[in-house]
Design a protein around this ligand. Structure first.
Ligand code: PA5
Length: 444
């Protein structure tokens, strides 16, 4: 992975970014020595190197069980208990995986919404399929996954019988606490633990991300190797000039100081859409607090050049853009020559599609910079497990550094409670009687 900040210098000089060297490296040290805010939630920092062979083997064993016993595995979770696995699977899978045969179970996600139609149509699909469930919730009490699990558990038990259903369900949750842990113990489900000191959005390299990825047939060893190598490349002792995470954190904070309050993560491959969603959660929940924070947005290009492109080019000038650029595609395809040339595209004859995509990328970057949008570029050699592992760890450690630079605790999310409180009050949850009265009075 390579990071380029050359195209921000028209807006913020390299000297200004590099002037934050000591501050950034101080925060790398704080993350390792657990001396900063939220220090109880730093288990993820050493995670790639600390996952043991027996943990990997246990995950692979469950994955091979599902391969033999299920056509579909439904992964239930929301936020950090969903987006890492979803991002990895989308990025690594064939674009048309839903329509193609594959020797591994097909992965479907639930519990990330409370849509009645979504759940009804999912159950309708599962009616005739052999399926298993991986239910993921660190707290074990989150409403969305709990509702989905209640429905699917009931469905699976009726369909396969209680004993077989028990074998087809795996729970990933806190080691001791929470309703899901109690349920798993009572029902005798196989379980994996989300470590106490790893928050949801930093949990992609725990069983939360690793189990679904292994079930889908991808290499979690490569994913972890990429992350471990990135840990080495960004750890304490690495000089600022060689630490991409420290540079990215310093650059985005300098841009923020200069009035660029929104960052758009852009990809040129639709497979990366959920990497952007994962990144949005990571940075949004980590930095958006105390009336501060860079607003994280995402686009998939070139598709969104025909929708968001106008705004990025000429709208409010508070944006900077970070592009994930992929050096090599997995396949090769050339544009055919057409003697009639009615579409006037013969100037592209025999060119690789990726060459056109790359020129769109370069042309867009230059246009956006000319239009007042600074550009950071992250280049990965190809979309594969190893490079995704690198990318995940890079963004996580950079987020920790960046959040500290911003002066917030990047490891809590107090604001997420507000909607839950109102929802419970509106639904008359026991214990919310006072809140129910107040909120209902507001609605009259
Ligand atoms: O990053 C976070 O901590 C959150 O997004 C959580 O992952 C999300 O709210 C789901 O929580 P839980 O795993 O407890 O169900």
């Amino acid at each position: 992975m390579k990071l380029y900040i050359d195209h921000i210098t028209k807006f913020v000089s390299k000297e200004k970014v590099y002037a934050r060297r000591d501050e950034a490296l101080g925060y790398v040290k704080a993350l390792y020595e657990k001396t900063g805010k939220g220090s109880d939630f730093l288990g993820w920092v050493q995670l790639p190197a600390s996952v043991t062979e027996s943990e990997i083997a246990a995950i692979e064993e469950v994955a091979s069980f599902y391969k033999k016993n299920a056509e579909i595995v439904v992964v239930i979770g929301i936020g950090g208990s969903y987006l890492g696995a979803k991002a990895t699977l989308e990025a690594l899978s064939d674009n048309f995986w839903t329509m193609k045969e594959n020797e591994n179970p097909k992965m479907i996600f639930a519990g990330q919404n409370i849509s009645e139609d979504y759940l009804y149509e999912l159950i309708d699909l599962l009616e005739t399929r052999k399926y298993g469930i991986v239910v993921i919730s660190k707290s074990g009490t989150t409403t969305e996954p709990a509702v989905a699990f209640r429905l699917l558990k009931d469905h699976l038990e009726k369909k396969a019988g209680k004993t077989q259903a028990k074998d087809l369900i795996v729970a990933i949750t806190d080691e001791k606490r929470g309703a899901l842990r109690t349920l798993a113990r009572q029902e005798g489900y196989r379980t994996f633990v989300i470590p106490d000191d790893v928050g949801g959005r930093y949990s992609v390299l725990t069983p939360v991300g690793l189990l679904p990825v292994a079930i889908a047939g991808f290499s979690i060893r490569q994913l972890l190797q990429g992350a471990a190598d990135m840990q080495k490349a960004t750890g304490p002792g690495v000089p600022f000039e060689e630490n991409p995470a420290a540079i990215y954190a310093a650059a985005r904070n300098e841009l923020y100081r200069s009035g660029k309050t929104a960052e758009i993560l852009a990809g040129y491959h639709p497979k990366l859409l959920y990497v952007t969603e994962w990144w949005k959660q990571l940075y949004g929940e980590s930095e958006g607090k105390e009336n501060r924070g860079i607003f994280p947005a995402g686009v998939t290009l070139t598709a969104d050049l025909h929708s968001m492109g106008q705004y990025i080019q000429e709208g409010l000038r508070n944006i900077f853009e970070t592009v994930i650029s992929v050096e090599r595609t997995a396949h090769k395809l050339r544009i055919p020559n057409d003697p009639a040339n009615l579409d006037t595209l013969n100037f592209l004859s025999e060119k690789r599609i990726d060459e056109v995509n790359k020129m769109a990328e370069l042309g867009t970057m230059l246009a956006h910079v000319d239009g007042g949008v600074p550009n950071i570029r992250i280049e990965i050699p190809a979309i594969n497990e190893y490079n995704l592992g690198e990318l995940f760890y890079f963004f996580e450690i950079a987020c920790g550094i960046s959040g500290y630079m911003l002066g917030v605790n990047p490891f809590d999310q107090p604001g997420v409670e507000a909607y839950k409180k109102n929802m419970f009050a509106l639904l008359d949850k026991p214990g919310y009687e006072e809140e129910s009265k107040k909120i209902k009075a507001r609605l009259q």
